[in-house]
Design a binder for this molecule. Structure first.
Ligand SMILES: *Cc1c(COP(=O)(O)O)cnc(C)c1O
Length: 356
């Protein structure tokens, strides 16, 4: 482990904490006082800085802007029942970050830089972790290519950063989701399993078209037959079919969600039958019609669990039954929240305390 002195820490002299209204937080708008920044130069990560949040200076030829070598992560820190602060599965974020980096021919970020960096940043900005129910401090590690060079090749230099922002409980309006059977998010052998910027840019038009039709999100389907469900927006997707928790099996075109993994683990802990396999649009529509589909929901860091109320397919809208009070989606969402806030035991060691 790096000593604290491995980070050059420059605390702010002008905290913006007074701007934080824990009862009125808009996602991604107000950032905590500090950010982490480190540069990759000459084949090595240079010592990291923790400095006041602020703009970065880059060349107009910065290769990330032109060719898209840019990746990110998303995690959360939670105020604990005892007042301390803890992170949910940051090691999983670190590992996935490096999976994304490898796919984009970017350098890996060492564990010490990522994990100790989060620790040092969170120690400094602990007061930014809100305590109102359902709220958290969203963590956004990111890396992009910084060569000011227009040749198409992997950059020699990179910027790694971590910024954070307080977020409110996600308002779970029942989602209207439509099958997308024209546009494709990712194809086998592509980069769908990486959290790289281009995946999200390319998803914006199809998502906007669905939103113009009154849907919140899409079910992305496979690139060749447009039949098999991949995921929904920036969430993995799960169904309860005949009492079996069913979710598309992972592939190179599906993002390996940490919430997905955690929900599957809790289901297995509880003895709920689980299947990871191919799920077709036809199977889902038939199951809605014959009543064997009892729950459909997205799972991801932003919402944890987002119940789906309506599914659009080939111009028809299919309504799902209202979620029962003891529905799996509700129980697993509540169980995850209880683990994350220290109100329930953490048998899998998911929480990492910030050592104030
Ligand atoms: C981040 C993301 C998810 C969910 O991953 P979590 O680790 O659970 O937040 C699912 N799909 C896509 C495309 C994503 O970007």
């Amino acid at each position: 482990m790096l000593a604290t002195s491995a980070f050059d820490i420059q605390p702010t002299t002008a905290s913006r904490l007074a701007e934080l209204d824990p009862n009125n937080m808009v996602f991604g708008q107000l950032f905590a006082d500090h950010m982490l920044a480190a540069e990759y130069v000459d084949g090595a990560w240079q010592s990291a800085r923790i400095v006041p949040y602020g703009p970065l200076q880059i060349s107009p030829a910065t290769s990330a802007l032109h060719y898209g070598q840019a990746i990110f992560e998303g995690g959360k820190a939670y105020r604990q029942a005892d007042g301390s602060v803890a992170l949910f599965r940051p090691d999983a974020n670190w590992q996935r970050f490096n999976v994304s980096a490898a796919r984009m021919a970017m350098p890996e970020v060492p564990e010490e830089l990522f994990m100790q960096g989060l620790q040092e940043l969170l120690k400094l900005d602990a007061a930014w972790v809100p305590g109102v129910p359902g709220s958290s401090l969203y963590l956004r590690p990111f890396m992009f290519a910084t060569d000011g060079f227009l040749g198409v090749r992997p950059s020699a230099t990179y910027h790694f950063g971590i910024i954070t922002c307080p977020v409110a409980a996600f308002f779970n309006q029942p989602l209207r989701v439509r099958f997308e059977q024209q546009y494709v998010r990712a194809a086998p052998g592509g980069a769908g399993y990486a959290k790289n910027a281009g995946n999200y840019g390319a998803a914006m038009l199809p998502t906007k078209l669905a939103q113009d039709q009154g849907y919140h999100q899409l079910f992305w389907t496979d690139a060749s037959e447009h039949q098999y469900i991949e995921e929904s927006g920036a969430m993995n997707v799960m169904f309860v079919l005949n009492g079996v928790l069913t979710t598309p099996a992972l592939s190179t075109s599906i993002l390996d969600g940490i919430t997905r993994r955690s929900v599957l683990q809790l289901a297995r802990d509880w003895g709920v039958p689980v299947e990871e396999r191919r799920v077709s649009s036809r199977e889902i529509i038939e199951a809605v019609q014959n009543g064997t589909l009892t729950e459909a929901f997205g799972v991801g860091t932003a919402a944890t669990v987002a119940p789906i109320a309506t599914i659009g397919h080939e111009g028809h809208d299919y309504s799902l039954p209202a979620l029962a009070p003891d529905a799996f989606a509700r129980r697993v969402g509540a169980a995850l929240d209880a683990i994350r806030t220290g109100q329930a035991p953490d048998p899998h060691g998911w929480m990492v305390a910030v050592n104030g």
